[in-house]
Design a protein around this ligand. Structure first.
Ligand SMILES: *[C@@H]1O[C@H](CO)[C@@H](O)[C@H](O)[C@H]1NC(C)=O
Length: 235
């Protein structure tokens, strides 16, 4: 796959239902546009807990007492990551610090709500928000055709990655099963919940004029459209 150079800073967020292949698109974008960094709130959190930074210690305390890590803490993690990359000025004095024009990244895991997006707007002007759309029926049928070999974790799909012998693991010949978590009821609920919770977030970015929708039944159908749009906007 050829790599492309960004001429303008791209500050990207991907929004999509579970099962739509956000992780896949994100990996492909990082490979195609090497200037893009990945800033994952989950990774930052784990990293800070592991290194026992002041923020990590605070966040761990919140989690251990059964609470969610407060938004303000996640925002601090993101801003300190941007500062450590030299993308935000070190001082907190300015009310509206300006982000470096060379800061290009995909922000992963945050924001999930419109309120979080508003807080983020104060120091990270996201300029491209991608809404990945795959019909729920297509996601559900993909899930329904997923089979696993429990002992090894090998995953098959009866639509596009079939085992050599139906119902049997290729290596051991042992029977394949379906995950409890992969039941259609669970996934239907998961998709419905995403639709509810993402609505205000999508509206937030739509109002800001940086929301772009892309549809496809598979990741391979979506990627070329996504690449073309980024190249048109930023290359
Ligand atoms: C995507 O899936 C839907 C529902 O199964 C189908 O109607 C449509 O033709 C598919 N689109 C493509 C491009 O394959």
């Amino acid at each position: 796959m050829s790599m492309k150079q960004l001429k303008k800073a791209a500050r990207i967020i991907l929004i999509g239902a579970p099962g739509v292949g956000k992780g896949t698109q994100s990996e492909r974008l990082l490979a195609r546009f090497p200037q893009l960094a990945s800033i994952s709130s989950g990774d930052l959190l784990r990293e800070n807990v592991r290194r026992r930074t002041p923020l990590g210690v605070q966040a761990e305390a919140a989690m251990q007492s059964g609470n969610l890590v407060p938004d303000s803490m996640i925002l601090d993690l993101i801003s300190s990551e941007l500062k450590s990359k030299g993308w935000l000025p070190p001082s907190q004095s300015s009310t509206m610090p300006s982000i470096s024009s060379s800061a290009s990244f995909i922000l992963d895991g945050f924001p999930r709500t419109a309120a979080q997006a508003s807080s983020l707007d104060k120091f990270v002007p996201v300029n491209f928000v991608v809404h990945l759309l795959t019909p729920p029926s297509v996601i559900l049928s993909r899930i329904a055709s997923r089979w696993v070999h429990e002992p090894s974790g090998r995953v098959y799909n009866t639509e596009f990655n079939t085992p050599k012998v139906p119902g049997k693991d290729d290596v051991t010949g042992e029977p394949l099963t379906q995950r409890e978590d992969d039941s259609i009821e669970t996934w239907t609920q998961r998709l419905r919940k995403f639709e509810e919770t993402s609505r205000a977030l999508l509206e937030h970015y739509d109002r800001r004029g940086c929301l772009w929708r892309v549809e496809g039944n598979t990741s391979d159908e979506i990627s070329p459209k996504l690449f073309a749009e980024i190249e048109q906007r930023f290359c």
